[in-house]
Design a protein around this ligand. Structure first.
Ligand SMILES: [Zn+2]
Length: 394
């Protein structure tokens, strides 16, 4: 069906473009936003992949917040082309440059045997939840689907893990593993913002799971209330795409590093100490691992204890969100990951610096003589010790 211009009978005199199936397919291939204005009960039966859903009766109230870019053409559809035309008129009146009505509607689309989907976690734009991601060419429908099909393991639901978990969940990471053996304590609440006052005394993984369920039901949370040990680490890490290290002790940090090196998984590292923090991406073949920088934990007695040293609560918030950002970039394959670069923060002067870090050719883990398994490596508890340039989450 060729495109045509329909002159409505109303007094407004606005011109709404109507298109047939061929042109609609071309517009969708160009990645323009698609708006479904049918009722929820109709959408449940099937919809166009990636469409944003706003029922006709709510278009006037919601369209500007959910599709703010008015200069971009928008393909609007309903069941048979009547409500989409009405929605397009509303959008025109609100200043949208080119709302386009799909004349044969979803029924015509479906009857022609064209692809459609049923809404569910793999249908990212079922609601307007991800509309701000869909507007970014670097993310878009494809990227959002990638995120919804991604798996991130967050080690520790503490100072670094809390903000990272919340933003990863909000971004629609489809499967989030969270491992922490601890219970929520009153002293955590100053920075571990995924937990609330009523969560004190319950397992951190349960508290985190409840917060994420409230934030985004698209996310499946896998709570693991366990100490991360050598016995489980390889099985666990192998099931995830990205590992976010929010651990509060050196033994766990080395264990995560070594498992990530062996399995070739990105280890998104963060650490904090009082007013300072640092973040980088370790363990990938093209960059250094944690042991390239620090081949051994600091000897006991030479390092500060983080519970004594203290930490300004917002600092793990900033660093945890750098880690969440790097995780999302790695999953989407966009931007420049923090590989071979250590980003440091000093919150008192508020300075960020970048320190180049290199792969050590003689690294005991990722070097040519590194082990092929964890069998002969000891992981001893060094509490939350800190030394000059490394630190822990607390
Ligand atoms: Zn190394």
């Amino acid at each position: 069906m060729p495109q045509n211009y329909h002159q409505p009978a109303n007094a407004s005199g606005v011109t709404i473009r109507e298109v047939g199936l061929d042109e609609a397919q071309a517009l969708i291939a160009d990645n323009l936003p698609v708006l479904d204005v049918r009722e929820p009960v109709e959408v449940e039966q099937g919809m166009l992949q990636g469409a944003i859903h706003i029922p006709l009766g709510q278009v006037a109230d919601r369209i500007e917040s959910e599709l703010p870019q008015k200069s971009t053409p928008v393909l609007v559809y309903c069941a048979g082309g009547v409500r989409s035309f009405a929605a397009a008129e509303i959008m025109k009146a609100l200043g949208y440059a080119d709302p386009i009505s799909l004349a044969p509607g979803f029924n015509g689309w479906k009857n022609a045997g064209l692809p459609w989907t049923t809404p569910g976690p793999s249908s990212p734009a079922l609601s307007a939840r991800y509309s701000r991601h869909l507007l970014l060419p670097e993310v878009g429908k494809k990227g959002q689907e990638t995120l919804l099909n991604s798996r991130v393991l967050v080690v520790g639901a503490g100072g670094l893990g809390s903000p990272a978990l919340l933003y990863l969940a909000a971004a629609g990471i489809g499967h989030i593993g969270v491992i922490d053996d601890d219970l929520v304590d009153q002293s955590n609440l100053q920075r571990q913002i995924i937990h609330g006052t009523s969560d004190v005394g319950i397992p951190k993984v349960d508290s985190a799971m409840q917060a994420i369920a409230e934030l985004n039901p698209d996310v499946v949370v896998e709570p693991i209330q366990e100490w991360l040990s050598k016995e489980i680490v390889l099985d666990l890490v192998s099931r995830f795409d990205v590992i976010l290290d929010g651990a509060d002790n050196f033994a766990t940090r080395y264990l995560i590093n070594d498992a990530c090196v062996l399995l070739g998984k990105p280890n998104v590292h963060g650490g904090v100490d009082r007013f300072r923090g640092q973040a980088t991406v370790f363990s990938l073949p093209e960059g250094p691992c944690y042991r390239c920088l620090f081949d051994e934990p600091p000897p006991p007695g030479t390092a500060l204890n983080c519970a004594e040293a203290g930490v300004l609560g917002v600092v793990p918030g900033i660093i945890g969100l750098v880690q969440a950002t790097e995780s999302i970039k790695l999953l989407l394959g966009i931007g420049e990951p923090l590989i071979g670069r250590l980003l440091t923060l000093d919150a008192l002067p508020m300075t960020f610096r970048e320190i180049p870090i290199r792969k050590d050719p003689g690294c005991p883990m990722c070097g040519p003589d590194g082990p092929s398994n964890l069998d002969d490596i000891e992981y001893t508890e060094f509490s939350c010790a800190i030394r000059a340039t490394t630190s822990t989450a607390g």
